[in-house]
Design a protein around this ligand. Structure first.
Ligand code: IMP
Length: 442
């Protein structure tokens, strides 16, 4: 199988959607394998803008995703209304379903967690994964089987009510109503439901290329992220195998998407975080650094190589895509942390202890900034390739490439597809030297 995974190297706001969109054109299948409707990606196609939560840029939702059926049906209907075919969509029968109590419990848990609250998207993601791991989740296959669905609801609902009460809530769910509503969702989704692992395997055997689209970012991963301030699923490349039902050898290439600076929504320590004017500059020029799902203003800061080196390691990046290089235009001195100072120690590895992380001060490498260019100039640069970028931006990008020991494959300088430099494309050969010059030298 020709398998490529695209992974966010930071906190999930890297602009993966656009890179996935570019790569999807050369892939036969696009598979989502983690997260749920907490993800959001914005894709600009011509003058049309799409903001997705569940749907991959392509067509397959693997077992590792938790699915909110109402949200998924809304996105399907939305695409159909805009004239797009969705008949190729396949939804794993093993994917877990986000139920209404998951959202209620998500809200209530956030309130009682106090300092441990992650400022979640309130989409019920954590509680849905809790049920999955606790082995009492409802799976897509169950929505198609009234006997199983009813049985599960009968044993689940009284317990969920007790949990809601204990957390200070009062919501009550009527079994019959949930049974009918979710049974109906199952009926509407039935045509899409499949054993997606088999479909992907077949595609691989037929020589098709598969793109695995990671949701969120490495530092939100429940194992490798800034626990407990991340999300509840695995967001690293290895999760593509588990969450799509393929063996690890199906993955040939791991593309890490790095935004030229750092941003995030949600809680937790952020050593390179900026405030004041510099933060405002990046946030506003980022074309609205506001979460796709929650519209919350993103926290912004300088690039953090301590964090990114960890991302490169745990994902095994082979390639890099660096985004929003245009947004940094006009910044006088671009900073990037290459280490942390923690009292008398210089740390080069990302700490597990959040108290330690909160006490870290970044040690910066400084780069001369490049000019603030109008959008048409960035488009012209994108059309002419990497060498057309301002020399100072090239220096910054090559430094990131060297630090992360992965090949720079894409540079993004705007929202649209054509505002992407694809370094994989063979560069045009340089023109032959003029014979006259050569003869003069002799
Ligand atoms: P949850 O995934 O809704 O439980 O939220 C946990 C944390 O992850 C919060 O800080 C969210 O803001 C963040 N988060 C979840 N999904 C995304 C994403 O796709 N992009 C950026 N942040 C996300």
């Amino acid at each position: 199988m020709n398998g490529t995974v695209v992974i966010g190297a930071q906190f999930g706001d890297e602009g993966k959607g656009k890179i996935v969109d570019v790569l999807a054109e050369e892939s036969d299948l696009v598979v989502r394998f983690n997260g749920g409707a907490n993800a959001g990606h914005t894709v600009q196609v011509g003058s049309e803008q799409f903001a997705f939560r569940l749907l991959p840029s392509g067509i397959m939702i693997g077992n590792g995703v938790v699915v909110d059926p109402a949200q998924l049906l809304e996105e399907i209907d939305g695409l159909r209304k805009r004239g797009y075919a969705v008949e190729n969509l396949r939804l794993s029968d093993r994917a877990h379903v986000v139920m209404p109590w998951h959202k209620v419990i998500d809200e209530l848990e956030e309130k009682v967690k106090e300092g441990m609250a992650a400022a979640t998207t309130k989409r019920g993601i954590g509680p849905a994964f809790e049920d999955k791991v606790g082995r009492w989740g409802i799976r897509v296959a169950d929505l198609l089987d009234p006997v199983v669905l009813r049985k599960k609801l009968e044993s689940l609902l009284p317990v969920k009510h007790r949990i809601i009460l204990a957390l200070g809530g009062s919501d009550v769910f009527v079994l019959e109503r949930i049974f009918n509503q979710y049974g109906e969702f199952g009926g509407r989704l039935k045509a899409f439901v499949a054993d997606t692992s088999v479909v992907i395997d077949q595609a691989g055997k037929n020589g098709k290329s598969v793109l695995f689209e990671g949701a969120q970012g490495t530092h939100l991963c429940v194992d490798h992220g800034i626990y407990p301030y991340g999300t509840s699923s695995n967001c690293v490349a290895g999760a593509a195998a588990v969450g799509a039902g393929v063996g690890p050898r199906a993955i040939d290439r791991v593309i890490g998407v790095v935004k030229g600076f750092t941003s995030r929504v949600g809680a937790g320590p952020f050593p390179t975080e900026l405030d004041g004017k510099e933060a405002e500059y990046l946030r506003e020029r980022g074309g609205g650094e506001y979460g796709t799902v929650t519209r919350r203003p993103r926290r912004v800061g300088w690039l953090d190589l301590v964090m990114l080196r960890m991302s490169a390691r745990v994902n095994g990046f082979t390639d890099l895509a660096v985004t929003k290089v245009d947004v940094l235009g006009g910044v006088e001195t671009v900073h990037a942390a290459f280490a942390y100072e923690h009292y008398d120690n210089e740390l080069h590895e990302f700490p597990a202890n959040m108290r330690v992380l909160a006490e870290c001060n970044p040690v910066y490498e400084e780069f001369d900034g490049w000019e603030d260019l109008p959008p048409e100039e960035w488009r012209r640069i994108a059309a002419n390739g990497f060498d057309a970028l301002p020399a100072k931006a090239q220096k910054y990008l090559r430094w990131i490439e060297k630090e992360l020991a992965a090949k720079l494959a894409f540079v993004s300088v705007g929202r649209a597809r054509e505002e992407t430099i694809d370094l994989r494309k063979a560069r045009p050969p340089s023109p032959p030297k003029k014979a006259a010059k050569a003869s003069r030298r002799r």
